[in-house]
Design a protein around this ligand. Structure first.
Ligand code: SF4
Length: 460
């Protein structure tokens, strides 16, 4: 058995080396060979089907052909190679079996990605930001951040999203990216602190794909994030683009900025600036204030967000991800199963928006959170709804979070989460907005998704 495993490992490594070689010289000319080699590495049937799906798009769809060629030709070679080795080879092919071993041996699911908020310090004070409900005082000390990332990698987690707070507030994080050079990092940043020196370090690391926050054109972005922010984000994009660093943008979609954020004009501007993807998040009522509910999308807008995200993805040389409306592709809610969040107090939470926890990492190993009944319970009842366009345990299936917290003793980490569990008025409002969405979700689930999501992923 050991010999068979060693042979398989060597074969895999030889194929990975071959692909890296293609990426080193003339990647744009070698796309067919790259696809063939990737298929050789992929054993899992559904992953193989996805690769063939992308390959088919590349061969037959003009905008996707252009998109892939642009990435291959205009990305810095080291960044391109790191994206492939860290994200595809390490996080998937190498670490997949490593994570699976815990599942097979002890029914413990090791998530694919960790979200880590080392600090909540930020130069901005954006309306509705989940970071605003944490204390800015208790940052995770750098040596603890190092320990948590080391433990995550040992467990097979090779993709880490850095949140906060502003990730570039802490210089030592660049040393961390350098130290864990086989891991892929995505800091979500306002872009305000990016300068030429930091951009040079990111390029040197190669394993960092920043996501810049932007809420539309100048008026919308500055209204939510503060005056002057928009111009600074554009400047940050230029610094990254000039160096061939892969980057994308993230937008919190609200009742007021939705039409701008989803417009052709705005998306084309981002493509022109060098962004490769947009990640759309519904504005969430995490603080439970009236103002929050007034910024939340209406049911019709939430449905429209999904429609436009799919349209842009299909028709432009660009990738879009809609955190909620794309849930059917990943089997519904992924909280505590494929991803989780460690906040700046070191509480382990199932999702960036669900501020509930049973395990704090001070003095404890990361695996304790995955072995805990909280995450196991969530996984055992996912998907929470057979219509995977209504995936959420907080805003769609509003009793789930209350019942699970009661059953496993999970505690709220902040006042917004406290309201979600114990404030009847809040519960009524969120349940009403969930009910308003039902007819839209049913129609799209039926007409667009033919009542079918990714059941394999749903099972975990
Ligand atoms: S709990 Fe809601 S917000 Fe969090 S991952 Fe699940 S669906 Fe998304």
């Amino acid at each position: 058995m050991k010999i068979k495993n060693a042979l398989e490992k060597n074969t895999k490594q030889a194929i990975v080396n071959k692909i890296v070689n293609y990426l080193d010289k003339n990647p744009g000319e070698n796309v067919d060979k790259i696809f063939s080699a990737i298929k050789l590495l992929t054993k899992d049937k559904s992953a193989l089907a996805q690769i063939e799906f992308v390959e088919n798009y590349y061969n037959n769809d003009k905008s996707k052909h252009e998109f892939i060629q642009d990435i291959l030709k205009n990305t810095d070679t080291k960044c391109l190679k790191k994206f492939f080795t860290n994200f595809f080879a390490n996080a998937n092919w190498y670490a997949g079996p490593k994570r699976q071993k815990y599942m097979d041996e002890e029914n413990t699911k090791i998530p694919f990605v960790m979200l880590l908020s080392p600090s909540m310090r930020c130069p901005l004070h954006c309306k509705g930001c989940y970071a605003s409900s944490y204390s800015k005082k208790d940052d995770i000390p750098p040596e603890e951040v190092d320990r948590i990332i080391g433990e995550a990698r040992d467990l097979g987690i090779y993709y880490i999203i850095i949140l906060g707070g502003e990730p570039f507030f802490n210089d030592y994080l660049l040393d961390i990216y350098e130290k864990y050079d086989d891991v892929m990092f995505t800091p979500f940043t306002s872009g305000l602190l990016l300068n030429e020196k930091i951009a040079d370090r990111i390029k040197k690391c190669g394993n960092v794909i920043p996501m810049l926050s932007i809420e539309g054109f100048e008026n919308d972005t500055d209204a939510r994030r503060g005056k002057g922010t928009y111009q600074k984000v554009l400047k940050a994009m230029d610094m990254l683009h000039e160096r061939g660093i892969l980057f994308g943008v993230s937008s919190a979609v609200t009742r007021t900025n939705i039409n701008t954020v989803l417009s052709d004009e705005f998306t084309d501007m981002l493509i022109e600036k060098g962004s490769k993807m947009s990640w759309y998040f519904l504005f969430m009522p995490v603080n439970g204030e009236d103002e929050d509910f007034n910024m939340m999308l209406t049911a019709e807008q939430r449905d429209y967000l999904g429609k436009r995200a799919r349209e842009i993805r299909a028709n432009k040389p660009y990738f879009t991800l809609d955190f909620f409306n794309d849930a059917p592709y990943v089997g519904g809610c992924i909280a505590g199963k494929y991803y989780f969040h460690v906040n700046s107090k070191e509480d382990v939470e199932p999702c960036i928006f669900s501020h509930f926890s049973t395990v704090n990492l001070k003095g404890r190993h990361l695996i304790d959170a995955f072995r805990d009944p909280f995450f196991k319970k969530l996984r055992s009842i996912q998907p929470y709804n057979k219509n995977m366009l209504r995936p959420c345990m907080m805003i769609d299936n509003t009793n789930v979070i209350i019942n699970v917290c009661k059953e496993v003793g999970a505690k709220p980490d902040d006042s917004g989460a406290e309201k979600m569990l114990h404030d009847n008025e809040f519960h009524k409002k969120i349940t009403k907005s969930a009910e308003d969405f039902v007819p839209y979700a049913e129609k799209t689930w039926d007409e667009v998704f033919k009542k079918k999501g990714n059941d394999n992923f749903a099972k975990g």
